[in-house]
Design a protein around this ligand. Structure first.
Ligand code: CS2
Length: 499
């Protein structure tokens, strides 16, 4: 990111003492903190979540759990944060109440594409005991339908051909672990913080398999010797906009090239399996437990499933943000039905949590007008998201002979969304690792809903046989798709809700 402002006007260590009193700042001496974590994936989410929890731990006196932040591909975020000594601002917003907090937990930032040696060197250091990850679903190079490494993934094949110069997430982790093994340094614990079901298991599956494909000994070392706890992460964090930068600059009296915006709510439930230690994240409110699964099922299906449903329907109706979708007369009713009929019955008991009350709280979170969370942003990567969020609960409903009611509507909306535009002249882009293939199908069957649905149900990486082979599910989806294409969003939702 280019920054036209003079350095003196920029957030950085030297300016911390001059921040206005209303701005919270690191309550500890950053020069005394050493790194204990390497974090992979410097998007807004990790900086609004991991960064904040860890900042709290450091403020409570720990000095050996600073974070080295690594971005895997785009250098933009590193270019933004490096001149700021890793500092950035969290703009926490709720109903007109803006709070600013400068986060100090990231001690250094690097880009793996341009500084690979330095990154691997950092990851191999004995003081690094945890590697955390937020690279989004697609970063795992797995097959979403099976959870296993996609061995034909171009980055995986490239990394297997040149394993000491890795570019993929599994390739990078395995090369760092190999260096540690060869140097006699115990392995770090690998903690996924992405929205995948049993994210620790998926991470273990892709990393151990990649290691095994490199060599059998390394494969055994990773499978037997490395811990991959699961975690459920939650905080709504829309992409940063220029208006947010301006708000932050006004509040700080300084420029911050890449602040993050988030809601006040945050939750982190972590499987407590860290053989070489971990920060006391529980002191910052995280829940450490033996079993993350119920929490993660609740969150992925209730929050993310509703998000995806709102996203595809909203894009079709020209509704730009989640808060605007919640102000629509019909969409909140659809979401309530999704929760009550298709999702809540599939969520196992969650310790200390009433799942129905959790969905009511979600409604309030979605309505937060301070958060401009773009429906188009959430619409990205549907090929990776539909399965864990919506098709898995739908399959469970089908298995107990209860036809899902709302999920076919979401799937129909996603199918219509793949056409990248509508008859009213609206157009949008599909961002998805499978976009080329999916949008080609949508183009080919643009005006034939039945053929479009058939061709998309045949994509086995997305639709498991229980869904693709379920005649009622297919029929309902095709009917909704026809209605969306012929009659538009409002008429489809009205017919759906009040038939
Ligand atoms: C969203 C998530 O973009 C998306 O797919 O559903 O990023 C969601 O906002 C977070 O998981 C909330 O914790």
């Amino acid at each position: 990111m280019s920054d036209p402002t003079p350095a003196a006007d920029r957030l950085g260590t030297a300016r911390l003492a001059t921040l206005p009193a209303a701005v919270a700042r690191p309550g500890y001496d950053r020069s005394k903190v050493t790194p204990g974590i390497v974090h992979l994936g410097l998007g807004a989410f990790s900086r609004a979540h991991l960064g904040v929890y860890t900042d709290d731990v450091l403020a409570s006196g720990a000095t050996d759990w600073g974070i080295v932040g690594v971005n895997l591909r785009s250098p933009a975020i590193v270019d933004a944060l490096k001149p700021q000594d890793g500092l950035y601002t969290l703009l926490c917003r709720e109903n007109g109440d803006d709070r600013l907090r400068v986060i100090g937990a990231f001690l250094d930032v690097m880009n793996a594409a341009t500084e690979l040696d330095a990154v691997l060197e950092a990851m191999a250091k004995p003081e690094i005991r945890v590697v955390t990850i937020t690279v989004t679903e697609k970063g795992y190079c797995h097959d979403p339908a099976t959870g296993r490494l996609n061995e034909a993934h171009p980055m995986v094949t490239a990394d297997l051909a040149d394993p000491m110069r890795p570019r993929s997430l599994p390739g990078l982790i395995v090369e760092a672990l190999r260096r540690r093994r060869d140097a006699g340094v115990p392995p770090f614990t690998v903690l996924s913080c992405d929205n995948l079901p049993q994210n620790g298991r998926i991470t273990r599956a892709v990393v151990a398999r990649f290691a095994q494909l490199r060599d059998a000994d390394l494969g055994r070392y990773v499978a037997d010797g490395v811990a991959f706890p699961s975690s459920m992460v939650d905080r709504i964090t829309p992409a940063t906009k220029d208006a947010d930068r301006a708000t932050v600059a006004a509040g700080l009296g300084l420029n911050d090239a890449w602040p993050v915006v988030a809601e006040p709510f945050r939750q982190w439930v972590i499987e407590d399996r860290f053989p070489t230690g971990r920060p006391a994240w529980e002191s910052a409110g995280a829940i450490l437990t033996d079993d993350v699964h119920p929490f993660e099922t609740m969150k992925l299906r209730c929050l993310n499933g509703a998000h995806s449903t709102l996203a595809y329907l909203s894009v079709l109706g020209g509704i730009e943000t989640v808060a605007e979708a919640m102000a629509d007369p019909l969409l909140p009713k659809v979401i309530r039905q999704l929760w009550d009929d298709d999702i809540i019955p599939t969520v196992p008991p969650v310790p200390g949590t009433d799942v129905a009350a959790y969905t009511r709280d979600l409604e309030a979170r979605f309505r937060n007008p301070g958060i401009r969370h773009l429906t188009l942003q959430i619409s990205s990567d549907g090929s990776q998201k539909l399965g864990p969020r919506l098709l898995a609960p739908a399959a469970e409903r089908i298995a107990v002979k209860n036809a899902p009611r709302v999920v076919p509507l979401t799937v129909a909306a996603w199918m219509a969304f793949l056409r990248q535009g509508d008859d009213q002249g609206r157009a949008w882009l599909v961002a998805d690792p499978m976009a080329a293939r999916l949008t080609a199908i949508a183009r080919e069957h643009k005006d034939d809903p039945a053929a479009l649905a058939d061709a998309l149900f045949a994509v086995g990486e997305i639709f498991p046989p229980v869904i693709a082979g379920d005649a009622p599910f297919r029929k309902a989806t095709t009917q909704h798709l026809r209605s969306l294409l012929d009659r538009g969003l409002a008429a489809t939702l009205t017919a759906f809700l009040f038939r």
